[in-house]
Design a protein around this ligand. Structure first.
Ligand code: AHG
Ligand code: MN
Ligand code: MN
Length: 335
């Protein structure tokens, strides 16, 4: 058996990639890994534990019903960030407003984290893959002061690191610091994330499309045309049409497309004119990973990471995945 590289070893080895790095980002990534192991343990046993499945009885600012595990995961990550010392504040999909950490210890943190603690909430109770998505920025405000809204509202191009944890058939952590993408599988027997997917590349072209097709008649008619002509028609030289695969957890649909090649579409609809997915907690971090792996992420008209956010919980239409597929889909858009 060849030598196993743990996430911790990998992070430490890569620290040299950042001149003058003081190790804080490394510690922050390690903290995220630890929190996600705790969440993974809860997810794995959710059906057996009291008070883990089902609705929490509250709604978030976006009017969505919170699940108990949404709240549990949110608190787990927040507590880790509050006690780690690298982070001066966070913004999470589950909280109305951003949260500056007011202790002197945290005010000296250089980073802010924006995250979706549990993506795919509607899949929790039916035992289907869910995940955590995170985005890390250097703060804009002065170290030693309280974190500000401006620290949170930076364009995706300024991300220092981003990643996701997928609680799937195994638990995986995938992240980038802007030097490629690497994936780690949690070995439950030793409790460590181990390098399993070095230097991940998203195929330029794939044969999978992921969209909630219930929306196909309430969005840009070009999308229906794209799906009918390019995904559902047998093209010359192809064995059969593309496969439609829609898990309903963005993080899981994205991960599958990262490995196999594919496109994920959540467009603007007449019901949700801005789309459904959140720029800061979902679209930006996965856009950074997609680009680092050779894929692309756009609203259909604009690169996701170029958007200057206007609201914390801003939503945007989202086309992400294999480069050629996303480019082709964009050619069909009319709006
Ligand atoms: P969340 O569970 O964090 O609220 O996100 C759910 C998102 C995304 O994960 C998924 O792809 C999409 O919503 C599913 O939406 P539809 O049910 O409208 O297809
Ligand atoms: Mn989500
Ligand atoms: Mn969520």
């Amino acid at each position: 058996m060849s030598k196993v590289t743990t996430l911790h070893e990998f992070i430490m080895d890569r620290q040299a990639d950042f001149p003058y790095a003081s190790g804080e980002l490394s510690r922050l990534l390690t903290d995220i890994a630890v929190a996600s192991k705790v969440v993974s343990k809860d997810v794995r046993r959710a059906g057996l534990l009291d008070n883990f499945l089902g609705a929490h009885g509250s709604t978030n600012i976006q009017g969505e019903e919170q699940q108990k595990l949404d709240v549990i995961a949110d608190n787990q990550f927040i507590n880790m960030f509050k006690t780690g010392g690298e982070v001066c504040g966070i913004a999470s999909e589950e909280n109305d407003d951003f949260m500056p950490f007011e202790s002197e210890f945290s005010k000296n943190g250089k980073y802010v984290v924006l995250f979706d603690p549990l993506d795919g909430s509607s899949n929790i109770d039916v035992n289907v893959s869910i995940g955590t998505i995170f985005s890390i920025f250097r703060r804009q405000s002065e170290v030693g002061t309280s974190a500000t809204l401006e620290d949170m509202m930076q364009s995706g191009a300024k991300q220092i690191a981003a990643g996701y944890v997928l609680y799937g058939s195994s638990t995986m952590l995938v992240y980038t610091t802007g030097k490629g993408v690497n994936g780690f599988t949690l070995d439950p027997y030793i409790g460590e994330f181990c390098l399993s997917h070095p230097d991940m590349r998203m195929p330029e072209m794939g044969r999978i499309y992921a969209m909630n097709e219930g929306n196909v008649n309430i969005c840009d008619p070009g999308i229906k045309e794209y799906i009918e002509e390019k995904c559902q028609t047998i093209l010359e030289g192809a064995p059969r049409p593309y496969s439609g695969r829609y898990i309903g957890s963005l993080v899981a649909d994205f991960h599958r497309n990262m490995i196999k090649g594919g496109i994920y579409i959540y467009p603007s609809t007449t019901v949700d004119p801005e789309g459904k997915l959140r720029l800061l907690y979902e679209c930006n971090p996965l856009a950074f990973i997609a680009e680092q792996a050779g894929g692309i992420a756009t609203t259909g008209h604009e690169r996701i990471m170029d958007i200057e956010p206007s609201r914390l919980h801003q939503r945007v239409p989202y086309f992400v995945g294999s480069k050629k597929m996303v480019e082709q889909a964009m050619e069909y858009l009319k709006g």
